[in-house]
Write a protein that binds this ligand. Sequence first.
Ligand code: UDP
Length: 384
Amino acid sequence: MEMNMMSERYDYLIVGAGLYGATFAYMAGRRGKRCLVIDKRSHAGGNVYCREVAGINVHVYGAHIFHTNDREVWDLVNSIVPFNRYTNCPVAVAPDGRLYNLPFNMNTFYQMWGVRTPEEAQVKLDEQRREARERMAAEGATEPRNLEEQALTLIGRDVYEQLIKGYTEKQWGRRCTELPPFIIRRLPVRLTFDNNYFNDAYQGIPVGGYNRLIEGLLEGADVVLDSDFFADRGRWEGMADRIVFTGRIDEFYGFRFGRLDYRSIRLETEVLEVANWQGNAVVNYTSGMVPWTRIIEHKHFEAFGAAVYDNQRTVISRECPAEWAEGMEPFYPVNDARNQETYMKYKALADREERVIFGGRLAEYRYYDMAPVMAAAMRRAEEV
Ligand code: UDP
């Protein structure tokens, strides 16, 4: 966009063209507000951005599977782009060398213990959970104090050791005893033969990729890419009445209370001359000895059944977790006690801002999924 277009004044300057910023722009636009969206990357979409490689939409920043119970969000996204019927059913390669279905369900329990009925599985689970509860009680604890205790009381030692411990410790770069219990509560445990990773009513991937969704959301806004807010803060701030900030909250406040930690992912992407490499979109590697947490085979997000073979090539990405450092992409907030305490100091400042709205994973320092991020932006844009 030409700079002279930007001499006008906007109602909102939105810093960050990810899902929060794009959804806010869409909603505010529908209410007649003028929005300028800036992003330091050379593309919009934040981490849902896709790039076409070998005729396949590649999730450049790791697997993004849209799922929600929120009818309003589902209707909004479907009004912009149709969604396909993708259902996430990951498979795990465990340290014992065997394959297990995820999330934890009757298939997993059959593979782990040979149990065939919900009743048999329940007996096994109760036995393992009791052991974990007794161990905690001996230390005077009534509630799980960390992720390890949460996992042991939820699912027991066998599943914890094969499917959780190694994965979680490499994903977060911390011991399970140092991580908050809520991270593992995301995963369902069920006594049915149901491999659907999510419990939500609606799930899918936009037909043609996520860029279509983002383009639709940003249609009514002015968008300027390759522009770092912090490189020219005064000028950007002067261009609108209010600001929606979706970047790192610690950076917004000049790190005055110290830096927040993030986890990052390095994606190693390869084009392979085979039509179907792993037979599934997501395969987790739960051993602490394998450097990646999962391998994604992108075509399975959008081609099902025989259509997998329409393209004789495939694209895979290994997701290798890493501690975040300046210059890398911050993917996940690390909501341990120290970081949470630091974040609350920043949040107290943010709560007092009259001109600035903070939203999304980085600005709210919250392990948000896509649909809740959109719901939050929709609600916020309706308040203003
Ligand atoms: N998790 C695990 N084993 C797995 C998959 C997930 O222990 O095979 C744990 C791990 O702690 C992870 C958390 O569950 O951080 C949440 O997993 P999810 O797949 O929801 O993570 P995301 O897709 O957001 O990275």
